[in-house]
Design a protein around this ligand. Structure first.
Ligand SMILES: [Zn+2]
Length: 85
């Protein structure tokens, strides 16, 4: 995950609230006769080159790059107080 600002390309109203969608791998042993899980390990996160991000305002999800690109296209303008005198 990159330390860059996000901006939702769908609703264009959210720069703050996101979910990081990940895949996990969970090692388990099953009983071959009744199908019960007899042993399971802690889930391990599968590292992905480009994570999936979900907007928590409109629920749109897409590659992280789409959110970064949108933020680059429409960067947050910081309020600067300019004197008109
Ligand atoms: Zn959104």
């Amino acid at each position: 995950m990159e330390a860059k600002p996000y901006f939702c390309p769908n609703c264009r109203a959210n720069r703050i609230k996101f979910n990081l969608i990940t895949s996990t791998s969970l090692q388990m042993l099953k009983d071959a006769y009744n199908g019960q899980v007899v042993e399971q390990a802690d889930p391990m996160m599968i590292a992905e080159s480009e994570p999936m991000i979900q907007c928590r305002v409109c629920n749109y999800s897409g590659n992280e790059m789409r959110f970064i690109r949108q933020a680059e296209r429409e960067p947050r303008i910081e309020n600067t107080i300019k004197s008109t005198n």
